[in-house]
Design a protein around this ligand. Structure first.
Ligand SMILES: Nc1ncnc2c1ncn2[C@@H]1O[C@H](COP(=O)(O)OP(=O)(O)OP(=O)(O)O)[C@@H](O)[C@H]1O
Length: 685
């Protein structure tokens, strides 16, 4: 294979100069055939380059408009190479859609796949040997690989100089680096050997530097013109929320996307069916979609969703490839996005990329719960795939942990985190508050939790020594000092570490445990119980000793929901909580980075609040300056103690009740710090 020449890279120019020998015809066809007014970034340049007979590499985000880059030159006659444009694509459904779309525009496009009936294939063949050749021929890589007839036809066209170009759509499928690797794509390297004078255009939405080089090398592209643009989808709001309940998600949809179209991704077929049914019960129009669905049902569901008859599709990753619905207003991931190849953000990016293809604002929400990690890890470790190696398991685990890290990273702009996987440097000010980390900027608290970490580890260590198996939930309850029967029954309320984390809010305790699990200071061990069920028990992990020996510290960054009485958080700066939905631009947004949104202003008024007992000051932001004097008179810690005592009185009178039946500790904390408003007084039950 020849060495690859240095490619010419063009990073999306501010606006194409529509000049050059082909510009006239290109502009005419843009309007006349495709009924479009202007080009999106890089479209014109890519079209111009392929018409000049150059190899072209187009790296454009999902929904960016790659198809036009090869469909438009295919209908032009003034290019250097003439004849049939051959499009290789791995997606049958997408090819069907494209061919139908082109035919509706009176463009002569045909499709040859392994499913094409013999008579139809024969007809296409005759046309290719005749004078009425189609403008575009779509083929699957498999057909290209196995069909001698097809190869002969292409050779015939080549000899007659009637092959305008080869287009390799979803070009990342050729790269063994990617999860979408397709065996048949490997054969495409022969195109350059067999048809050396035919320009090649490769397109993808999914490639990092390594994959780009791999694709160009494998296709033997010669001095390709590379068009690469920012992968930032400015109109998408990226948000990670704690996964608590289906009801919360339903409330979000009803509040922010009533009667709007959306996709909810789940990791299993059963989960899709169950969730779709739950959504219907709650008054939303939803259907499920997964690989095992009958083909006719798949078509029906997709058509109903496409037409707007069905609002929400609850699907596995089987849904979405080649979907071109412009007005998808939300994409929700209700499970950790599962990815088994090490390229973890790509699929997530691709799936969220199905939102807002019309350039209008859309929400991408990932509902995250750390507990979702274990089943995925278990699946990876228990894989029966004969090709699984220790290295591949490690890679997959790393990939899933990268998603967890993305979810738990509340400090770095989500766009920076996503775009770095494309090797793209992103300036966080360009996010303009359209990710929940930027929208909540200022709320972040970074604090040392080494002592708390040690306390948790000592607790687990002593339980291990006592040969006691406890779950992570149970251990959290001990640490938090929860008055629950499971803890009392095992007399863990007498453990010296019982209640060591009493002062920490629930979310923070959860974060602490998650972080220790993530760092392998803790681990969950799957053990078979007497009743043959597998239960995950909490044990010390391989790094625990580093913390216990005082060689390692633990910092946690978190956003406190409410400052708690007695909390000792050293809050750097607190601002009012982010809006439920990122601010919407008032006008339609272009899809890409260089639009000019106004900055979102965020300058809340502050009122200082001194924590009632030990520890530094926590700043509380108030919406209103008026409540500052009231707050000074208010004594949260005292009120908190009164409320706890009152709850205890109720519990003592009603032994069957647990704390949360009366009132959650979190709620008590919240009540105790809330300044009394007006003359009304709240009474506990
Ligand atoms: N210049 C343009 N002006 C307006 N709309 C455009 C333009 N180019 C493409 N589009 C529209 O953008 C949408 C996405 O285009 P297309 O399907 O080609 O995207 P894609 O890059 O192939 O995405 P994917 O990777 O998801 O397949 C389509 O609805 C298309 O009609």
């Amino acid at each position: 294979m020849d060495c690859l020449d240095e490619p010419v890279v063009t990073l999306s120019a501010p606006g194409p100069e529509l000049t050059g020998p082909y510009a006239q015809e290109i502009k005419q066809n843009l309007k006349g055939i495709f009924a479009l007014d202007k080009f999106r970034p890089n479209q014109f340049e890519a079209i111009d380059a392929t018409m000049a007979g150059r190899d072209v590499f187009v790296l454009m985000p999902t929904g960016g408009g790659k198809s036009l880059c090869y469909q438009l030159p295919a209908v032009c006659r003034s290019g250097k190479t003439k004849g049939v444009t051959v499009v290789v694509s791995p997606l049958l459904a997408l090819m069907h859609d494209q061919v139908n779309g082109l035919r509706a525009k009176n463009v002569d496009a045909v499709l040859l796949t392994s499913n094409t009936r013999d008579e139809e294939a024969q007809e296409i063949r005759s046309r290719l040997y005749s004078n009425s050749k189609p403008t575009l021929l779509y083929v699957t890589p498999e057909r290209l690989k196995v069909s001698t007839n097809l190869k002969n036809m292409l050779s015939h066209l080549y000899r007659g100089q009637e092959l305008a170009r080869f287009v390799i759509d979803e070009a990342h499928c050729i790269s063994t680096w990617g999860q979408d690797f397709r065996e048949a794509y490997q054969e495409l390297h022969t195109l350059r050997d067999d048809f050396p004078d035919v320009p090649i255009m490769a397109l993808t939405a999914t490639a990092d530097r390594k994959t780009i080089d791999d694709i160009m090398h494998r296709l033997q592209l010669r001095t390709p013109a590379v068009f690469q643009q920012s992968f930032n989808r400015t109109n998408l709001n990226y948000n990670v929320k704690p996964k608590r309940s289906v009801d919360e998600m339903v409330a979000f949809i009803k509040q922010s996307h009533r009667n709007e179209t959306g996709i909810i991704y789940r990791t299993g077929r059963d989960k899709c069916e169950k969730l779709a049914a739950q959504l219907r019960q709650k008054g939303l129009s939803a259907k499920h979609y997964h690989a095992k669905l009958d083909p006719t049902d798949k078509e029906t569901v997709q058509a109903e969703w496409q037409s707007g008859e069905c609002q929400i599709i609850v699907a596995t990753i089987a849904f979405g490839m080649g979907i071109d619905k412009p007005d998808v207003r939300f994409v929700i991931h209700f499970d950790l996005p599962k990815n088994m190849d090490g390229h973890v953000i790509f699929p997530y990016y691709q799936e969220t990329g199905r939102a807002g293809r019309d350039g209008l604002p859309a929400d991408c929400v990932l509902y995250y719960a750390y507990r979702d990690l274990q089943p995925i890890l278990k699946m990876i470790r228990d894989s029966r795939d004969p090709n699984t190696t220790k290295a591949s398991i490690e890679r997959q685990e790393q990939a899933v942990r990268a998603v967890v890290q993305y979810c738990e990273n509340e400090s770095v702009c989500r766009r920076i985190q996503i775009l770095q996987h494309f090797g793209e440097k992103f300036d966080k000010k360009d996010c303009r508050g359209r990710c929940n980390n930027c929208a909540s900027e200022g709320l972040l608290v970074t604090q040392d939790f080494t002592n708390e970490a040690k306390s948790v580890l000592t607790l687990v260590q002593s339980l291990e020594h006592g040969k006691e198996n406890v779950t992570v939930d149970h251990c959290r309850n001990i640490f938090k000092g929860a008055n629950v029967s499971a803890v009392r029954d095992k007399r863990h309320d007498h453990h010296p570490n019982f209640g060591a984390g009493r002062d920490m809010p629930k979310e923070l305790v959860e974060l602490l445990f998650n972080k220790l699990l993530y760092l392998d200071a803790l681990m969950e061990l799957s053990t078979q119980t007497n009743s043959k069920w597998h239960q995950q028990y909490l044990k010390l992990g391989s790094c625990a000793h580093e913390f216990l020996a005082g060689r390692r510290t633990l910092q946690l960054s978190y956003r406190p929901k409410t400052p708690k009485p007695g909390g000792r958080a050293k809050a750097t700066k607190l601002q009012k909580p982010p809006p439920e939905r990122s601010p919407e631009p008032e006008r339609p947004q272009p899809l890409y980075a260089d639009d000019s949104m106004d900055e979102i202003e965020c300058s809340p008024k502050k009122a200082a609040y001194k924590a009632p007992h030990q520890g530094p000051v926590v700043e509380v932001i108030s919406d209103s300056e008026d409540d500052a004097p009231q707050r000074r008179k208010h004594e949260p810690e005292k009120l908190y103690q009164t409320l706890v005592a009152h709850r205890q009185t109720i519990l003592d009178k009603n032994p069957s009740l647990v704390e949360s039946d009366v009132m959650d500790t979190e709620l008590l904390e919240l009540l105790s710090i809330a300044s009394p408003q007006g003359k009304s007084r709240q009474r506990l039950p």
